[in-house]
Design a binder for this molecule. Structure first.
Ligand code: ATP
Ligand code: MG
Length: 303
């Protein structure tokens, strides 16, 4: 895929098999989102084709969705002034004969289809944990729930392959862990998942296979273990070896807690300070956020 003189993605040959969770990682500007945009017909690749279940897909977003590929976006794209349920119903329109307008206008001839669609949308909201908020406006949801809603809307098109572009960006560690569980649950529903993420712990916990994109080219592809150990990946992206050991995070939290406790102890106005267990918690979150720091610096500029 070329933009003028810039080749954003070059000769990336890539397959996702059914039942798999595959990760796509790489530095900012590596071409990950562009790759998704090529897969989903938002961009027409200068060269190359996208095939799904043996058929070449035309580069038209609605045809790609109809064929069974759904996606979420790096920057949340919801209908902010529609309710949670309506957002999911919009996602269903490729699967209803009546199309988008009947989902929105609810003409009298479409009651039955509408009922069915609503039941399916509600089932998805239950699955994703937002059923209780069906009538809330999307814009009033907290950020983490907006991300979930985007996933529910993508699932509403009944995909066989789901593409997630940085699903945990901006999330706290608890939300990130919940998203991990959610992706496993999606896979267990028989949907293959291709996920872009900068949070290496998330990626390596989750993925059966990981591909690394650097300057538009695929550097390595393999299991989490193989990719983590590959020196080229470490050099090009990770910076330092990632220890898949969950103890690493705990050690960082303990370190942050100790530092915070020391700071509190040194503080002459200790009486006015927050309780000693509140400060370490905040610090631990900061420490955790470091692993996704690289992405937050340029997020938004490439969409
Ligand atoms: N529509 C466009 N027009 C021109 N250049 C573009 C366009 N979209 C992306 N690019 C360029 O293509 C390159 C790859 O961008 P892309 O958004 O795919 O990176 P990314 O790997 O998703 O990065 P990030 O991790 O920051 O999201 C960048 O140099 C970007 O500036
Ligand atoms: Mg991107």
């Amino acid at each position: 895929m070329r933009f003028g003189g810039l080749t954003a993605v070059r000769s990336v040959d890539f397959t996702v098999n059914s039942g798999e969770i595959v990760g796509l990682i790489g530095p900012n500007g590596a071409g990950k989102t562009t790759f998704f945009n090529c897969l989903t017909g938002l961009y027409i690749p200068t060269e190359g084709t996208v095939s799904y279940q043996g058929k070449v897909l035309p580069p038209k977003p609605h045809l790609v969705t109809q064929a069974g590929i759904a996606r979420t976006f790096q920057n949340i794209r919801l209908f902010a002034n529609m309710t949670v349920l309506e957002n999911v119903l919009v996602g269903r329109h490729t699967r209803t004969k009546e199309g988008l307008w009947s989902a929105l206008l609810r003409g009298p001839g479409f009651r039955k289809a509408e009922k069915e669609s609503e039941a399916k949308a509600m089932e998805l909201l239950e699955f994703i944990g937002l059923a209780g908020k069906r009538d809330h406006l999307a814009r009033n949801l907290p950020y983490g729930e907006q991300r979930k809603l985007e996933i529910a809307r993508a699932l509403a098109s009944e995909p066989g392959l789901l593409l997630l572009d940085e699903p945990t960006a901006g999330m706290n560690p608890q939300e990130t862990r919940a998203t991990e569980e959610l992706v496993f649950a999606i896979r267990d529903r028989g949907i293959a998942v291709l996920v872009i993420e900068h949070d290496m712990r998330f990626i390596f916990n989750l993925c059966d296979r990981v591909a690394v994109l650097v300057q538009g080219e695929k550097l390595v592809e393999g299991t989490s273990d193989v990719v983590q150990a590959d020196e080229r990946v470490v050099a090009a992206y990770l910076g330092e070896p990632f220890e898949g050991d969950p103890g690493t995070a705990e050690a960082a939290e303990v370190e942050a807690a100790e530092a915070a406790a020391e700071a509190v102890a040194e503080d002459r106005t200790a009486d006015a300070a927050p309780p000693s267990d509140a400060a370490p918690a905040a610090d631990a979150e900061d420490a955790d956020a470091e692993s996704t720091e690289a992405d937050s610096t340029t997020k938004g500029e490439t969409q």
